[in-house]
Design a protein around this ligand. Sequence first.
Ligand SMILES: C[S@@+](CC[C@H](N)C(=O)[O-])C[C@H]1O[C@@H](n2cnc3c(N)ncnc32)[C@H](O)[C@@H]1O
Length: 261
Amino acid sequence: MEKEKITAATVRADFNDLVAVVHYTRAAHELGLWASERKLIARFFPEKTAPLIEAGCGAGRVAIALWSQGYTQLTAFDFAKELVDQARSLAAERGADSGDYPIRFLHADATALKKRRSLCTASFSGALFLFNGLMQIPGRENRRTALRELHRLCAPGAPLLFTTHDRESSPTERALWRLEQLRWTRGTQDSALVEFGDRYFDEAGVGRTFMHLPDRAEIIADLAATGWTREFDAMRKEVARESAAVVDFSDECRFWVARKN
Ligand SMILES: C[S@@+](CC[C@H](N)C(=O)[O-])C[C@H]1O[C@@H](n2cnc3c(N)ncnc32)[C@H](O)[C@@H]1O
């Protein structure tokens, strides 16, 4: 039987679900930045007074850690209201909601930022979309819209740091995706999926997750089509060795840095 296709509304509802909210809130409270994130942020975002925008901020794991490191002009948003509420509450607990440099948390959709009046005149010196949030937007054209929206909000030369999975990162992955390709050719793939490369799964303690897994060529093409130039990419294990807690929280991924043309 044909299933309904996964949409942004499905993904938003999954992130607003209690299981996911607890999972990402715990990470914001206890995990903070991964070693790889710390390293790449120090390298590509060295100016702590530069205005930065974080997309898909979840419960504030990255934004609040950046604030603790002394970043002074942070705007962070997510389209899951429950997670934004958690981020605001953790920011209040840590004092990151007041004082000279409060973090601005917004409830907004990365594919529809024009609707946010407060962002209309903004010009950011850098953007982040960490822990695969960009790949949780169903539909390639929608992911490109999000890239265009961040491009519009950034100044020329601004870096964009984000992560994705990589379908070709190991022989096992490649073999599994060859099998999935056969299913798509025969039309026997999960009919809820939007495109080849998509996965939709339920994990105990994490909740339902939609994820698009690209190959490198796809991301390079998407960046080029949306006004960004790839500057750096590497698998996380090549960037830093992560703690057991980080590895437990998150799979291996590919880091990307692009610059606004
Ligand atoms: C895997 S979670 C990561 C959350 C947080 N960055 C972290 O690392 O803990 C991905 C986040 O992207 C958000 N997201 C997905 N699509 C989005 C969209 N179109 N606009 C804004 N946020 C989105 C989700 O709500 C979720 O909070």
